[in-house]
Structures are given as structure tokens and as C-alpha cells.
Design a protein around this ligand. Structure first.
Ligand SMILES: NC(=O)c1ccc[n+]([C@@H]2O[C@H](COP(=O)([O-])OP(=O)(O)OC[C@H]3O[C@@H](n4cnc5c(N)ncnc54)[C@H](OP(=O)(O)O)[C@@H]3O)[C@@H](O)[C@H]2O)c1
Length: 390
């Protein structure tokens, strides 16, 4: 057997939830990977520890104010700062694979730059395709690179699609845990606390995605992500609530056969799949005990209680810059909720109002997308201020 060359990996957002798990996976395969680069935003302490352990060629501190606090790295590691530092990392010719584990809109431009530079991207940052799928997917096609999804649902679909051909695909079904409130949506109208909203029943994740899971905006963003990744119209993407989080998503082929991917709710599984594709390697984990799980249930989402899902479908239908506005307004609204400025139920209101005020620009370039994103953040911010005054 020919021994494969080690792949040089850049992990964007190595200090976050997906980033740290990616490093854990990489540590298990020293013969397969070299860590070429790592990045954080403000968590310079953790980045220092990661640099000590992995000795990357390049480390990036994205937040300019935190940069001076970064401890002097070991010899052999260059340190850069800011967005430019991240863009430089993903453009380095030595890098084979970029793991984009950044949170939010900050992740989109690095994905564009990575595919422009011919890199394969393991993509956790869902905002990249939500905001700029129309730019990224043609670049991927032209450049012959690959985007390998890391989100467990899209990883499940990627895996299920290996059972048939693209032209045989009829539709996909994204599963959603439903978050902490779906059985008791009345809660959404009362004073939900930050702690309650951050108590996800099955997954341990970063704060933004956990709040988005509670409102089902996360599923809405995933519908948009799936639309671009798998080239499907929104009518062919269904969402079902599956509180056990064992079936990660399903694919239906034209003959009526459904394929599902099942696994314990553990992000290291899709992360390892994305990093080691086309191979699969053993995971040191207890087997999934289906008898113990007992029953697997599926329900239609109660859309009237979770308006964010409909807002996301509306954003794809409108197209152009509208998904960037949905995402930008959601970012400020989630931040305001986490800071105690608004109720959880205010999130869909703020996003919906920003969308109502936006006239989407069709077939936008990155500059237009970023302009729409900033507009949505500013507009969302003013709506929040008005609510606070009122
Ligand atoms: N967590 C999950 O299980 C999961 C599952 C599926 C999909 N995803 C998706 O994966 C992405 C990452 O999620 P996460 O939960 O890992 O997020 P997270 O724990 O909040 O980590 C985010 C990472 O991005 C960095 N970062 C934050 N703001 C930045 C900025 N403005 N510029 C540059 N870097 C920035 C953070 O640095 P600091 O640590 O220095 O702040 C951190 O390294 C999201 O798009 C999420 O939707 C996550």
C-alpha cells in the first residue's frame, strides 16, 4: 500500500467548541496530519497552550486588541493578527485542508479565500454558505476543490448520498433536536433566562448555535446551507423534529428508498469523517445501543411557535442578499438576548422586521453581501434600542 503524505491542516477557530474537538481528532492521527496553522479571536491563553502542543508554522489572533496579550510563541511559529492574518493562513501554498470552525459572519470570507486558493474545506461555519453560497459553490466547481460538511446533519446527508447518484436524489430530511423548548413552546413567550436557553438537551456547543437551536433558527440556517451544498430547491428540504438526536438526517431517492445516518450525538464523529474522508477509522467510543435508545420519534416542527424556520425559507425564496440579512440580524439579536437586552421571543421579531425592510440585491458579489450584512446588523441594533426604550 502506498503511504499517503501527511495533510497540512489549518484550523480556524481552534479555541472554540468545534476547533478544540478537531484538534482532539487530529491528535489521534499523528501519521495523517500536521497542524500548519491555528487561530483564535480573543482566547489567547488557550491558543498559547495549543501552540505549545502542536507547534504550528502560523498562529493568528483575530482580535487586534487581544493580540498584544499573546504569549511569545516557541521558535518556528510565526504570529499574525486580524482578519488579514486568517486570510493569509488559508492562502499559504503549504496548506492542504482548512477546517473552518469560526463562528458567525467572520467565517465567510476565509471560506471564499480558501476555495479561491484551491484548498479543500471542512466546513463547520454554516454562515459561509448562508451568506455567500452563491459565490462559493461555483468557485468550488471551477477549482475542483471540495467542501466537506462538518455540521452533523449535512455530514449525514453527505454520507447517505454515497448510496446513490445525485440524479437519483428526490429530497432530503434534516432532523432537529428541537432544542429545550419545543415540547413547551409557551415558554418562548415568558421570561426565558439565558441559562435555560443555553441548556441544550442533547448537544454541547458554542453559545450562538445553542441559542439558535432553541429558536430553530439553527435549522433554518442549515436549510439554506443544504440548499447550496446539495443543489436542492427549498421544497425538497424538509425538517423533522427528532428529539433523540440519533438519526442525523435522511435522504430519499427516486425509488422511495430512504437512507439515514445514525450515530451518538458526538461532534467528533462528523469532524473525523470530514478530516479523514475518503477513509473511515475506528473511534474509541461505546457502540450506539439502539435497544437502550428504545424509540426514535419524528414530528413536524410547530412552525407557528418557531417562526425563525419560516423566515429562513423566506430568505432563500427571496435570494440574493436576503439570507445575509437574516443571518446578520440574527447575530445581533442573539447577542442582545445573551446580554439580557431582549427576550428570546424578540429574536424572530427583530429578524423578521429587518427582512421586511430589506430590498434584496440579486446575484451579489462579496462586497454587496458584506454591505447587506452590516446594514442588517445596524438595522437590527436600532430595532433593539427602540424596544429597550419602549
Ligand atoms: N459546536 C458545535 O457542536 C457545532 C455543530 C455544528 C455546527 N457548528 C457550527 O460551527 C461554527 C463554530 O461553532 P462553535 O460552536 O465551535 O463556536 P464557538 O465555540 O463559539 O467557537 C468559535 C471560534 O471562532 C473564534 N471567533 C469568534 N469570533 C471570531 C471573529 N470575529 N473572528 C475570528 N475568530 C472568531 C473563537 O475564538 P475565541 O475562542 O478566541 O473567542 C472560537 O475559536 C458555527 O458556525 C456553528 O454554527 C457548531
Amino acid at each position: 500500500m502506498v503511504k499517503e503524505r501527511k495533510r497540512k491542516v489549518a484550523i480556524l477557530g481552534s479555541t472554540g467548541s468545534v476547533g478544540q474537538k478537531s484538534l482532539k481528532v487530529i491528535e489521534r492521527f499523528p501519521d495523517l496530519f500536521d497542524v500548519y496553522g491555528l487561530s483564535c479571536h480573543r482566547n489567547v491563553e488557550l491558543l498559547s497552550l495549543q501552540v505549545e502542543t502542536h507547534r504550528p508554522k502560523l498562529a493568528v489572533v483575530a482580535d487586534l486588541q487581544s493580540f498584544p496579550q499573546f504569549k511569545c510563541p516557541p521558535r518556528g511559529t510565526e504570529v499574525l493578527s486580524g482578519v488579514e492574518g486568517i486570510l493569509e493562513l488559508v492562502s499559504r501554498p503549504e496548506v492542504d485542508l482548512v477546517m473552518n470552525a469560526l463562528v458567525g459572519s467572520a467565517g465567510a470570507l476565509p471560506t471564499i479565500r480558501a476555495v479561491e486558493n484551491g484548498k479543500d474545506v471542512a466546513l463547520a461555519n454554516k454562515e459561509s454558505l448562508v451568506m455567500a453560497g452563491e459565490i462559493i459553490m461555483p468557485l468550488v466547481e471551477r477549482g475542483g476543490t471540495e467542501i466537506i460538511p462538518v455540521d452533523s446533519e449535512h455530514s449525514a446527508i453527505h454520507q447517505c448520498l454515497r448510496a446513490g447518484r445525485r440524479k437519483e436524489l428526490k429530497r432530503i430530511i434534516l432532523t432537529a433536536s428541537g432544542g429545550p423548548f419545543w415540547k413547551n413552546p409557551g415558554h418562548l413567550r415568558e421570561g426565558i433566562t439565558r441559562k435555560e436557553a443555553l441548556s441544550h438537551p442533547t448537544w454541547e456547543m458554542g453559545e450562538k448555535i445553542t441559542i439558535d437551536s432553541a429558536t430553530l433558527m439553527n435549522k433554518g440556517l442549515e436549510v439554506i446551507e443544504a440548499h447550496w451544498l446539495f443543489g436542492l430547491s427549498p421544497s425538497k428540504i424538509q425538517v423533522l423534529i427528532h428529539p433523540q438526536s440519533v438519526v442525523h438526517s435522511l435522504v430519499e431517492f427516486v425509488d422511495g428508498s430512504l437512507m439515514a445516518q445514525l450515530a451518538p450525538p458526538d461532534m467528533e464523529i462528523p469532524i473525523q469523517y470530514a478530516l479523514t474522508l475518503p477513509h473511515r477509522f475506528p473511534m474509541q467510543r461505546p457502540d450506539l445501543d439502539l435497544a437502550k435508545v428504545g424509540s426514535l420519534t419524528f414530528d413536524l416542527p410547530p412552525k407557528e411557535d418557531f417562526p425563525c424556520l419560516d423566515l429562513a425559507y423566506r430568505a432563500i425564496e427571496k435570494g440574493g442578499t436576503m439570507p445575509a440579512v437574516l443571518n446578520g440580524a440574527d447575530e445581533v439579536a442573539v447577542d442582545a438576548f445573551l446580554k439580557g437586552k431582549i427576550q428570546l421571543s424578540g429574536i424572530p421579531d427583530i429578524v423578521g422586521k429587518a427582512m421586511d425592510l430589506h430590498n434584496p440585491f440579486l446575484h451579489p458579489n462579496w462586497e454587496k453581501i458584506w454591505e447587506a450584512h452590516k446594514w442588517a446588523q445596524e438595522r437590527g441594533g436600532s430595532i433593539i434600542e427602540e424596544r429597550m426604550k419602549g
